[in-house]
Design a binder for this molecule. Structure first.
Ligand code: AMP
Ligand code: GLY
Length: 442
C-alpha cells in the first residue's frame, strides 16, 4: 500500500494527541444512509473505538453498530442519549441536524461532537451566505445575483445568456437547483421557487452556467486549519451518459487522475483555506468536514457549492481508502490537538448506487433483495446500505437510493469490473443502476 500525503508541507500544530485518553471510546454516529454506513465502517476499524451507536442507522449499519431508534433531527433526544450512554464522541452525517444546531447544543452541554455550529453550517444552508463569503475572500465561483422578486429575476434572466442556473436559497435535499436549458424552463423554475414557494418562502440565486468536470474536495477543518481528504467524483444524473434528472448521487470513484497535484494545491490555497478563514473572520469558525463541490472549467477551478458535512456517495469511496485511524483524526479536530499524518491506499475505489425504479421521482418500496452474500464473497467488495429494511427476515427496499456496491482494486477498470460483477449477483425486481460511473476516466 502506498502512502499519499495530500499536503506534504502542512505542519500539524497544537499539542500532540494523548492517545491514552482516546482508548475504549463510545461513539455515536447520527444519520442512517450510505454515508453513515461508511463512517461507521471506518470507525469500526479504529483501535480506539470500543462501541459504536448509530441513530437511527440502517440494516447494513446494524452489523457494525447498535442502532438506536432516534431520528437524526431529534436533537434533544440525541443529546439525552449521548449523556445517558456517556458517549465520548458524536459524529454527525446529514446537514439537517447541523443546520438545526445539534453541534451547538452538544458543545454547550460539554459533549464532544464532530460537526459545525449552526452559524458555520450556513455555508451549505444559505447559498447567498456562501456567495458572500466567497466574494469577500476572492474565491473563484460563478457570477450571480440574488432575487426575491419573480419579475426582477425573470428580467435578469432574459437579459443574460442561456443555459442559466437557478438555485433556491435554502436546504432543498439536493432538489433546489435547476440548470435551465431554455428561457421557458428558467421561467418555470422561477415561478416554482418565487411564486409557488415549492421549497418555502425564500430567495433565488441566479448563476452563470459553468462547464467542465466536477469533483468533490472534502477537508477536515478547524478554524483556519484545513486538512484535505482524497478527492472523489460523484455522478448526479439518474441515467447513463449523464442524462435524466439530478439525484442525490448515482455513483462515485476515487482517486481522480484528471485533477493534478497543482489543481489540488490551487483548490486548497485559493478555495478551501480562504473559505475557512472567511468563516473564522465572520465569527463562526468551522469545525468539522467542509465539502467543496468544484468544477475544473476552461477558466480554472471554480466553486459550484459548499456542504457542511461529508458527501454522499463520495464518502463511500473515499473512506475505504483511508489508512489513518479516523477516530484520531476526528479527535484532532474536536480537541484542537495535532492532526496525525493522513494516509491513503493507492487503490481505486468505485461505487454503483442501486436505486428504486422511478427514483428520484415516485417509487414503491418493500421489494425483496437477494444475493448480497454472493456479491460480498469478493473481499474487495463492500456494500453500503442507503435505504433497506428487514421484513420477515428478508432484506427489502425501503428508500429511493437503496444501496451502493463498491469495489477496490489497483486500477479503476479492475475496480469497476469487480463492482459490476457484484451488482450482477444482486437480485431484486425493482432496482436500476448506472453502468458508466467513472466514464470520464475509463
Ligand atoms: P448543487 O446542488 O449546487 O451541487 O447543484 C447540482 C448540480 O447542478 C451540480 O452538481 C452541477 O452539475 C449543476 N450545477 C450547479 N451549479 C452550476 C453552474 N453554475 N454551472 C453548471 N452547472 C451547475
Ligand atoms: N454528493 C453530493 C452531496 O453530498 O451533496
Amino acid at each position: 500500500m502506498g502512502i499519499f500525503v495530500t499536503v506534504p508541507d502542512h505542519k500539524p500544530d497544537g499539542p500532540t494527541l494523548n492517545l491514552e485518553n482516546l482508548k475504549d471510546a463510545k461513539v455515536l454516529v447520527v444519520g442512517g444512509g450510505g454515508r453513515e454506513h461508511a463512517i461507521v465502517d471506518a470507525l469500526s476499524r479504529s483501535i480506539y473505538v470500543k462501541k459504536i451507536f448509530c441513530a437511527p442507522g440502517n440494516t447494513g449499519i446494524a452489523a457494525l453498530a447498535e442502532c438506536v431508534p432516534i431520528g437524526d433531527g431529534k436533537v434533544d433526544e440525541l443529546l439525552e442519549f449521548a449523556r445517558r450512554e456517556h458517549i465520548d464522541l458524536t459524529v454527525v452525517g446529514p446537514e439537517v441536524p447541523l443546520s438545526a444546531g445539534i453541534a451547538d447544543a452538544f458543545r454547550a452541554a460539554g459533549l464532544r461532537i464532530f460537526g459545525p455550529s449552526k452559524a458555520a453550517a450556513r455555508i451549505e444552508s444559505s447559498k447567498s451566505f456562501a456567495k458572500e463569503i466567497m466574494e469577500k475572500k476572492g474565491v473563484p465561483t460563478a457570477s450571480y445575483r440574488t432575487f426575491t422578486d419573480y419579475s426582477e429575476a425573470l428580467e435578469y434572466v432574459k437579459a443574460g445568456s442561456i443555459p442559466v442556473v437557478l438555485k433556491y436559497d435554502g436546504l432543498a435535499a439536493g432538489k433546489g437547483v435547476v440548470v435551465a436549458m431554455s428561457l421557458e424552463e428558467a421561467d418555470a423554475a422561477l415561478k416554482d421557487m418565487l411564486l409557488e414557494d415549492v421549497f418555502g418562502k425564500g430567495k433565488v440565486v441566479v448563476e452563470e452556467f459553468l462547464t467542465g468536470p466536477e469533483f468533490s474536495f472534502m477537508a477536515l477543518v478547524r478554524g483556519k486549519e484545513v486538512w484535505p481528504l482524497a478527492l472523489a467524483q460523484d455522478h448526479k444524473r439518474a441515467f447513463d451518459g449523464d442524462e435524466g434528472p439530478n439525484t442525490g448521487g448515482m455513483g462515485a470513484y476515487s482517486p481522480l487522475p484528471y485533477i493534478t497535484p497543482e489543481d489540488e494545491k490551487f483548490a486548497l490555497e485559493n478555495i478551501m483555506e480562504p473559505v475557512a478563514e472567511g468563516l473564522f473572520e465572520e465569527g463562526c469558525p468551522f469545525e468539522g468536514l467542509l465539502y467543496g463541490g468544484l468544477m475544473k472549467t476552461p477558466q480554472g477551478i471554480k466553486v459550484i457549492e459548499f456542504n457542511c458535512r461529508f458527501g454522499d456517495p463520495e464518502t463511500e469511496v473515499v473512506l475505504p481508502r483511508l489508512e489513518t485511524d479516523i477516530y484520531t483524526m476526528f479527535s484532532a479536530v474536536v480537541d484542537g490537538t495535532a492532526m496525525p499524518e493522513i494516509r491513503w491506499s493507492d487503490d481505486h475505489v468505485i461505487g454503483f448506487v442501486l436505486a428504486s425504479k422511478g427514483y428520484p421521482g415516485k417509487y414503491t418500496k418493500g421489494f425483496e433483495i437477494d444475493g448480497l452474500e454472493e456479491a460480498l464473497a469478493d473481499p474487495s467488495v463492500r456494500i453500503y446500505h442507503m435505504g433497506t429494511s428487514v421484513k420477515d427476515g428478508k432484506t427489502v427496499t425501503s428508500g429511493g437510493r437503496v444501496m451502493m456496491v463498491t469495489a477496490s482494486a489497483p486500477t479503476l477498470k479492475e475496480a469497476r469490473d469487480k463492482a459490476l460483477s457484484a451488482v450482477d449477483k444482486i437480485r431484486c425486481d425493482n432496482l436500476f443502476h448506472r453502468t458508466d460511473i467513472g466514464h470520464y476516466v475509463l
